[in-house]
Design a protein around this ligand. Structure first.
Ligand SMILES: O=C(CO)[C@H](O)[C@H](O)COP(=O)(O)O
Length: 222
């Protein structure tokens, strides 16, 4: 795995042949499988749960699975996703009553823990839990749907959170999610992100490897 991770969001994959889609995108050079869990409560859409995560592991997927919980409440799903084979579990601070406890629950379950901030949510809350974070995910669209446009103010937020991470001294990945393509990935990386979720840009393409190679070429230019 390179220092920059490309994390295809399977939200845009063909669900009728999900195992094959994940195999293909990993063979095309993806680092991480991004797994968008939506509950039709925290976000206005409904996707998949721990059984699908386990099915991917049973299918033979060994790459990290990065579970983004867009659910409320959060805690009941943590153990289920850990057992299903999640590597990272991230959730929104506004979806958990006790953020510190939920983060600890994720680590106690053997997974890496992260917080996700929606576009209009301030990074302030991160300061108090830096020691419990392995990942910070900044949403660059409002969560719920793939194929939306990147919100430009995310760039300043990436810079701000990068400074926070560097000042903390902790080893925390900085992921950005929403509207990412080969056209804007370099600008996002230059601001300080190291992990890039891309759904429609990859899965809507005819050739996944061409898109991922293009993204890596852009990243190499920084
Ligand atoms: O979390 C998400 C939506 O809530 C998706 O991961 C995100 O939108 C990626 O899709 P795209 O690259 O098509 O924008």
């Amino acid at each position: 795995m390179s220092d920059f991770w490309i994390a295809p969001s399977i939200l845009s994959a063909n669900f009728a042949r999900l195992g094959e889609e994940v195999d293909n995108v990993l063979a095309a050079g993806a680092d991480v499988v991004h797994f968008d869990v939506m509950d039709n409560h925290y976000v206005p859409n409904l996707t998949f749960g721990p059984m699908v995560c386990k099915a991917l592991r049973d299918h033979g997927v060994t790459a990290p699975i990065d579970v983004h919980l867009m659910v409320q409440p959060v805690d009941a799903l943590i153990g289920m996703f850990a057992e299903a084979g999640a590597s990272y579990i991230t959730f929104h601070p506004d979806a958990s009553t006790h953020v510190d406890r939920s983060l600890q629950m994720i680590r106690d379950a053997g997974c890496k823990a992260g917080l996700v901030l929606n576009p209009a949510v301030s990074p302030d809350c991160l300061r108090y839990v830096m020691d419990k974070l392995d990942m910070i995910l900044l949403m660059s669209v409002n969560p719920g749907f793939g194929g939306q446009k990147f919100i430009p103010s995310t760039i300043d937020k990436v810079r701000e959170v990068r400074q926070l991470i560097d000042a903390s001294g902790y080893d925390i990945r900085l992921e950005v999610d929403g509207g990412i393509s080969a056209k804007n990935i370099a600008e996002i990386a230059a601001a300080g992100a190291d992990t890039f979720v891309a759904g429609s840009a990859i899965f809507n393409a005819d050739d996944y490897k061409t898109v991922i190679d293009d993204m890596r070429t852009q990243l190499a230019s920084i």
